[in-house]
Design a protein around this ligand. Sequence first.
Ligand SMILES: *Cc1c(COP(=O)(O)O)cnc(C)c1O
Length: 366
Amino acid sequence: MADRVFNFSAGPATLPEPVLRQAQQDVWDLYGTGIGILEHSHRGKAFDRVTAETEAACREIANIGDDYSVFWMQGGATSQCYFVPANFLPEDRTADYFQTGKWAQDSIDEVHHYGTVHICGSSKDANYNHIPTGSQVSYSDNPVYVHYTSNNTIMGTQFREPPAAPGNAFLVCDASSDIYSRPIDINAHGLIYAGAQKNLGPSGITLLIARKDLVEEAVRPLPEMMKFSNHAKKEGRYNTPNTFGVYLMGQVFKWILDQGGLTAVEQINEEKAGVLYDFLDGQDFYIPHAETESRSRMNVTFKCPTPELDKQFVQQAAEKGLDGLKGHRSIGGMRASIYNAHPKAGCEALVSFMKEFAMENAVTRA
Ligand SMILES: *Cc1c(COP(=O)(O)O)cnc(C)c1O
């Protein structure tokens, strides 16, 4: 079998090697049942155990209390763009949204079907190169909730801490690309959701951590599949879940605990991102996209002096076993996605390549 390469893909992304090895076995035979994880009924005993273990590990990592439900849904994080306002926002009320990138914008675009949206902070005019803070933030009078995207996967920006929601408003966080990459204050939030394919597992499954009182009942009549209440009450088994996804998330949660939990994981992530940012700060060939204060520890975005060089960079890097570095089409350039499971050696290999490439293509910048 060919060696694995350093995978910088934004998602689906690198998974921890011990998890992949365990999964190889469990696809063949789970818990000695003679049946693989892909073949077990979602109502059977083996899958009861998978569900229980995944939920327990998820709770242990972030100290999630009994006043919160932990469950999962299908449809990716993108479906939460409408699930959230449909369940939470009455027609005559307003929800505040941070406009910090493409995924934030997708959420904003769905709100008008249900109620009123107020943009409480935006970096759109600066091509989303920072997170609005301080005087750049202005909430509406009495929002039901405040929605923010903790890590902007495409732009490479990240909230340092959750914004402070005003009055009785609760916080809703799209944490798809930095969930469990650092300690998280669950109790500061009404709902945290995360598509699994960046930090937790395969695509097609979304983790939800929700305050129980908020998901007891939707604010309007909805189709059954759209009600948070049904999914929360049935432990993510209102209909057939992505059973393999639930299993794999559980394995990744256990791996996070084995690493020493979120404080340890955060430290490793800081070191990894530090390798790249320290290099970027000490040179003048590459142009970083994010402002220093808003830099993401998960997605590092930068450009060469010309789009032509960007293309060559991505191609030559791939030839050297550094895969998936092409930036999103909306900002171009490069993006190195270095989620929890991406090894520090990948960051070091990338910096070596960046040095070589800069030397070979040195040009005087205007
Ligand atoms: C990847 C991503 C999404 C979209 O996830 P899907 O599974 O494709 O729906 C949404 N929000 C953020 C922050 C993401 O990184």
